[in-house]
Design a protein around this ligand. Structure first.
Ligand SMILES: Nc1ncnc2c1ncn2[C@@H]1O[C@H](COP(=O)(O)OP(=O)(O)OP(=O)(O)O)[C@@H](O)[C@H]1O
Length: 314
């Protein structure tokens, strides 16, 4: 393995799913270029249907690309398939696993599947690390949803891959377990594993990731370090209901990104990192308006994705 090559290096990757009797052909990836540096915790965000799973499945060897190239730790997925697969572990979204095995057996089977010699297996160590050792010999069907999810992470780790991909690791998981999983991801990262995670939760990306890329309709529309990305996502709206509805925006608000709706409610778009609510309210006051209601709204991720698509000029 070449230690200087990026964890993932994708160039011009496309995927078109062929038409079937039920659906037309679908261009799920439209020429993705992406580099994931070694040692990063990389967030891959995007709305439903953006192409995240397609991208991950191509890296995992589960879906065949249409064109372009992808390398994992320098190994080309099409030409050095065995080394590329050995370099990556993928934790899938859904909890589908064989319920008739115990966690220990499930890990041993997976290790066998990857050809890990018995002397190099770490099943017990992994169970300890994931807080599952006391369930070592229980049937998987007796585990809680959260435990099954942790076991899935364990299964992705049996061959000690330098790159770990987690697809929506905490979807539908309660806050406490989410934090436990986050702690474990951070622990793995500290031990040198490069982590890539897809998520719908901005908070998750904000807490864990050092770099974030956004994929939308099969294209990477933004790719930045976390702080730069969060400042782009830092859009808020101040919604002001005047006591007496007004029909036109007061002149004092003309320098702001403000609109008025047909009920006389004023919305002012601003950035929480740079704009001051106090200044905005001073301008409302200067217009002689009294206020019945005041609230701030955050855009949901869909809005953010849309605005980034727009901002990137695509
Ligand atoms: N096997 C398939 N055959 C045909 N079309 C597919 C197939 N798999 C995915 N698609 C389509 O390709 C597009 C990208 O899907 P993909 O699952 O990669 O998106 P995603 O970003 O992972 O979405 P989600 O967040 O919902 O998992 C979607 O329009 C989807 O309907």
């Amino acid at each position: 393995m070449s230690d200087t090559s990026p964890a993932i290096e994708i160039k011009g990757l496309t995927k078109t799913y062929k038409a079937s009797r039920k659906s037309p052909a679908k261009e799920a990836l439209k020429g993705v270029d992406l580099v994931v540096p070694r040692g990063s915790i990389f967030g891959l965000l995007g709305p439903n249907g953006a192409g995240k799973s397609t991208l991950i499945n191509i890296l995992a060897g589960l879906v065949t690309k249409s064109s372009g190239s992808a390398k994992i730790c320098g190994y080309d997925i099409a030409q050095q398939t065995r080394q590329a697969r050995a370099s990556i572990g993928v934790v899938p979204q859904e909890i589908a696993m064989d319920v008739f095995f115990t966690p220990y057996q499930a890990l041993e089977l997976q290790a066998g599947y990857y050809g890990v010699p018995k002397s190099e297996r770490r099943s017990d160590e992994i169970l300890h690390a994931l807080g599952l050792f006391d369930k070592r010999d229980a049937y998987v069907r007796q585990l809680s949803g959260g435990m099954k999810r942790r076991l899935l992470i364990g299964k992705a780790l049996v061959h000690n891959p330098p790159v770990l991909i987690l697809d929506e690791p905490t979807a539908g998981v309660d806050i406490e377990l989410r934090r436990q999983l986050w702690d474990y991801v951070v622990e793995l990262h500290k031990r040198g594993t490069t982590i890539i995670l897809t998520t719908h939760y901005l908070e998750e990306a904000e807490t864990l990731c050092d770099r974030i890329a956004i994929i939308h309709q099969g294209e990477v529309v933004a790719n930045d370090d976390k702080d730069t990305m969060l400042s782009r996502l830092d859009k808020r709206t101040l919604v002001i209901t005047p006591t007496t509805p007004i029909t036109a925006l007061p002149k004092t608000l003309s320098g702001l990104d403000a609109q008025i709706n047909d009920k006389g409610v004023i919305s002012i778009n601003y950035r929480s990192g740079t704009d001051s609510i106090t200044d905005m309210l001073a301008k409302v006051k200067a217009a002689g308006l009294s206020i019945t209601d005041l609230k701030t709204e955050e855009p949901d991720l869909e809005d953010v994705f849309m605005s980034l698509t727009y901002d990137s000029g695509t």
